[in-house]
Design a protein around this ligand. Structure first.
Ligand SMILES: [Zn+2]
Length: 250
């Protein structure tokens, strides 16, 4: 019971902790996957190394791979982002690259069209699934430590979502706060049971079908108020004088 009290007081801390744990867990999504090899060079960088001068379509330089008196090396950015080296004396690109102190891989492009670090497509669904899994794990761990089922509020989960959204630049669906999630009651592990019981009692009293009442309670504030009042009473009856869940609304 003491723990529950602490839980309520630490409400906002719990929120922050939940969110940061979720955030940490999501780092495994590793959204920004760089190319398997090191950063490759841009055509402009290669042109600089070759001491090339710009032409209409690219650059021209003296070829380092043969003794070149007049510039016969054409350097261009290919459509796929690769750097194209063409020696009019017939040197192979690999030989030219080597003569420039480059790896042949450097020619395979780090131009915008080809491949700045590629952001792996992470769908909102992937993120949501991962977040849900992590939240479930956190709640299970906290529940095990507390010795009772720890509840999380919708706003806790939405706060975690907001952090993850900022961090991963995705848009997640936020949960709507359900009518019966009334702070601080909703943090009581017994609360949902009390709400359920209150619905049954109210249904019996009014002769309404439980399904009808469930709809009515969503739509009519007065019905909702009545059921919540009943649920609070049941909670007090159930928990005795444990005035831990003070009715802030009252
Ligand atoms: Zn050459």
């Amino acid at each position: 019971m003491f723990v529950i009290q602490t839980e309520i007081e630490a409400d906002d801390d719990a929120l922050v902790e939940l969110a940061s744990a979720a955030q940490a867990a999501l780092s495994h999504l590793n959204v920004c996957e760089t190319l398997p090899n090191q950063r490759r060079m841009t055509t402009i960088e290669i042109a600089r190394i070759a001491d090339a001068r710009p032409t209409g379509h690219g650059w021209i330089a003296r070829c380092s791979s043969h003794s070149d008196r007049s510039p016969s090396l054409s350097i261009r950015e290919g459509r796929d982002g690769r750097t194209l080296l063409k020696c009019f004396a017939g040197c192979e690109p690999a030989a030219i690259a080597a003569a420039l102190g480059l790896n042949i891989r450097d020619l395979f492009g780090n131009n915008s069209s080809a491949a700045t670090p590629r952001a792996r497509a992470v769908s909102a669904a992937d993120v949501e699934e991962s977040l849900q899994g992590e939240l479930t794990r956190i709640v299970a761990e906290e529940s095990a430590a507390a010795g009772f089922g720890v509840a999380t509020l919708t706003r806790h989960r939405n706060a975690a979502r907001a952090i993850v959204e900022r961090r991963l630049a995705v848009t997640l669906r936020h949960e709507r706060t359900p009518w019966h999630e009334v702070s601080p009651h909703a943090l009581d592990p017994a609360w949902s049971m009390c709400v359920d019981q209150a619905l049954h009692v109210a249904a019996a009293r009014t002769g309404m079908a439980i399904a009808t009442l469930r709809h009515a309670v969503e739509d009519f504030p007065r019905v909702q108020h009545g059921v919540l009042r009943l649920a609070r009473k049941l909670q007090r009856d159930l928990c005795g004088p444990r005035a831990l869940f003070k009715d802030r609304a009252a």
